[in-house]
Design a binder for this molecule. Structure first.
Ligand SMILES: O=C(O)C1=C[C@@H](OP(=O)(O)O)[C@@H](O)[C@H](O)C1
Ligand SMILES: C=C(OP(=O)(O)O)C(=O)O
Length: 430
């Protein structure tokens, strides 16, 4: 599906979808338990992949409108009957890989073209350090993966600058090993707030784990459990598109985003970035509401070491702002569904933007008057699609985004929300 977006003004209230990161963790934590309920989950293509994996290990997920009732496998994943299809989800692949290393047999994991090009090598290496079997079928550190257990825990040394999801995966699995897992980080940790989310969810399921001077440690012999339903908070990465839309195209009343309560999500930094750029934005943390109105934006420098998923949104804001926006510390953003540094540079140039791309820095030489509608590629990547939709709100004429259906990965209904906010758009087959 493609979508045509015309220059538009936006206004009104919109609710952020539930957090993808919290939902993945809550589903698997419930899977590790003997059963638990996840309230207000994100049901999207990525989180459905994690549900499938829990079922492959012997759990069961019952879905109704507002909750997931998960029957768990109680710390002992069974050997799956079939290959696990992780589809487009990096998080699923990593957390399921470590879980598979607990089973008394082999698990095969695969996914779509994008997923099968993403790096898994450091996690495979960590599982081998724990005496598990962990192989890439093509020997290139990418899926398809063959994982076998079962590991009893121990010490691992792993780089922190490729993906924090390896740490999340080892912490979640380590709790139900005999010995626990000690993680020694060989480099600085990128995307660190995502490990904070993991620690928060582990704690909510009664599992201890903590940061150490060298990395992280999770003691073994623990059980996951939770009596009350686990409530998933709103997703700040998803909110970033709605907030950016309000900042570049909001009407006098502006856009109010609901469901914005403080949590461990590093991507709530989008509020600070918008403020620094000069946006008229206010966050009522008690009410969980962020209000943003259109205002003149100026370029800033943003370090995305902790917040890689904000890069596409900030790149578009930079294209609209006056002056240069420098997005620094972004090399790890190249290891996502696509190389997002390259993708944003390429697509903003098609819209008339001026961009300088370096390995670890993306500089956008801004100015709204430069943007004009064009056909742009979504790179089969939900965040590229959603950020380009925001650019389409200010670009002169019509912007056509190819592959717009990929929003289903993290924000199903994204275009309905934009339409309700007043965006002129047309979804159609190519
Ligand atoms: O753990 C998570 O939920 C995520 C961690 C981040 O990935 P990396 O740790 O690979 O940077 C982020 O980009 C991804 O969207 C979600
Ligand atoms: C990179 C992302 O997710 P994952 O790593 O789970 O594919 C994302 O949602 O932007």
């Amino acid at each position: 599906m493609d979508v045509d977006i015309s220059r538009s003004r936006v206004g009104g209230r919109a609710r952020a979808p539930p957090s993808k990161s919290y939902t993945h963790r809550a589903i698997l934590a419930a899977g590790y338990s003997d059963g638990a309920v996840v309230a207000d989950p994100l049901v999207s293509a990525d989180t459905r992949a994690t549900m499938r994996a829990v079922e492959a290990f012997g759990g069961h997920v019952d879905r109704d409108e507002r909750r997931l009732d998960v029957a768990g496998f109680d710390g002992r994943p069974g050997v799956p009957d079939d290959v696990i299809d992780c589809a487009n989800s990096g998080t699923t692949t990593r957390i399921v890989t470590a879980c598979a290393a607990l089973a008394d047999g082999l698990t095969v994991l695969t996914g779509d073209d994008s997923l099968r090009s993403r790096p898994q090598g450091p996690l495979l290496d960590a599982i081998q350090q724990l005496d598990g079997r962990a192989e890439s079928t093509r020997g290139n550190g990418q899926a398809p993966l063959v994982i076998g257990g079962h590991v009893d825990g121990g010490a691992v040394s792993i780089p922190g600058d490729v993906s924090s999801q390896y740490i999340t995966a080892l912490l979640m699995a380590g709790a139900v090993t005999d010995e626990g897992i000690d993680i020694d980080l060989e480099t600085e940790l990128k995307s660190a707030p995502y490990v904070d989310i993991t620690l928060e969810v582990l704690d909510a399921f009664g599992v201890d784990a903590a940061e150490t001077s060298d990395g992280y440690r999770v003691p073994g012999g623990q059980s996951y459990g939770r009596d009350e339903a686990y409530p998933v908070p709103g997703d700040f990465s998803s909110m970033s598109y709605l907030l950016a839309a309000g900042a570049v195209a909001g009407d006098d009343d502006g856009v109010v985003v609901e469901g914005a309560y403080p949590s461990a999500q590093g991507d709530s930094a989008i509020v600070d970035v918008l403020e620094r750029m000069g946006a008229d934005i206010a966050w009522d943390r008690d009410a969980g509401e962020i209000t943003v109105r259109r205002s003149a934006l100026s370029g800033v420098e943003v370090d995305v070491g902790d917040t890689p998923d904000l890069l596409p949104t900030i790149a578009v804001l930079g294209a609209v702002a006056d002056g240069d926006t420098r997005i620094v510390n972004c090399e790890h953003v190249r290891y996502k569904e696509t190389d997002r540094v390259r993708a944003m540079a390429t697509e903003l140039e098609k819209l008339g933007g001026a961009v300088t791309e370096e390995e670890d820095v993306l500089t956008i030489h801004g100015g709204e008057s430069d943007l004009r509608g064009a056909a742009v590629a979504g790179h089969d990547d939900h965040r590229i699609v959603m950020s380009l939709a925001v650019a389409g709100l200010v670009a002169e004429g019509t912007t056509t985004i190819e592959g717009a259906d990929h929003v289903d990965v993290s924000f199903p209904g994204f275009f309905d929300v934009l339409y309700d906010l007043g965006v002129e758009l047309d979804e159609h087959e190519r």
